[in-house]
Ligand binder design. Sequence first.
Ligand code: NAD
Ligand code: GLY
Length: 357
Amino acid sequence: MQTLTVDLGDRSYPIHIGPGLLDRAELVAPHLAQKRAMVVTNTTVAPLYLARLTAALEGAGVAVANVVLPDGEAYKNWETLNLVFDALLAGRAERKTTLIALGGGVIGDMTGFAAACYQRGVPFVQIPTTLLSQVDSSVGGKTGINHPLGKNMIGAFYQPKVVLADTDTLKTLPARELSAGLAEVIKYGLIRDAAFLAWLEANMTKLRALDPAAITHAIHRSCEIKAQVVAEDEREGGLRAILNLGHTFGHAIESGMGYGTWLHGEAVAAGMVLAAMASQRLGWLDAADVARTRAIVRAAGLPDAAPELPFETWLEYMGHDKKVEGGRLRFVLLKKLGEAVITGDVSEAVLREILTR
Ligand code: NAD
Ligand code: GLY
């Protein structure tokens, strides 16, 4: 097992990465304020892992309730969130009862938001079971739900007490979902670490085959980069926005196509290629850099081109991005491979050119 820390003063917390962690209740128990927990999961993950986690926690003397939500991005909304509150209230969960998110990013984001709201804040634990959630969404405290007009528009910053990334759970993950997670892994190389990007290029086949050493290194390095950025700028006053490379375009794809049609990671992948193209138009990347971005995205089994949407649809959905300031769109682009910048200097002409080609 490897462990690293998200350094946020008295809200710091460990991320444990390795095989077999679902059975290691001793990693969770010290973070519980009382020996009661409610596991939030979904109809896909529950049959795979809920019984094991419950048995491990009960073995450590923890009373465990659960709520099983419908599965899918399309359910990341108020109605589904309310099912968690219903279960918490019906089960008389208290202020010290811990919510445990068992699942991918949808479950993690909703559980974290429920924890932030229930009785104005109860502790929560992240047990991410997709690659995307192990390298990104379980770390850093962004929680929330979607609105029909915009992705992740309703939410809160709320940090977990501990993150347990059990790499064995990736064995049951469909290949398409594994690729979606690789999009966020590639993102870390593009924004912050050219050497990691080169390592990913050399190891993509191993990663897609879930080679234990390769996948553990990729998760560890990704979490390390994310933890550094979050420690510097927890509430996205500036720097943290670089973690959104490809996301302005990607969120527009997700909303514009209808939630769940494109996976989040797929939309981010196509968005990162668009960001590389825009960076080339601004004279920062050259054609070879854009080709490299496309190639690694493709090697990960991800789309390297955006779907066809009317230009007005792009503008409409990109206009709901959280980086918009004074009505002006802002994008995360690349000064070079391994270095991101946030800029409002992308003209409508450039956008039209890259989005309607
Ligand atoms: P997801 O949660 O929808 O999971 C993908 C699919 O895999 C689901 O069907 C899920 O039930 C299933 N699944 C989960 N674990 C499994 C396993 N071990 N074996 C088999 N199937 C399994 O999607 P995701 O890609 O994990 O997360 C995407 C979500 O995360 C989006 O809503 C996105 O907005 C959010 N996100 C949040 C942050 C953040 O910082 N909070 C960062 C990135 C993404
Ligand atoms: N996934 C972007 C962030 O956590 O800031």
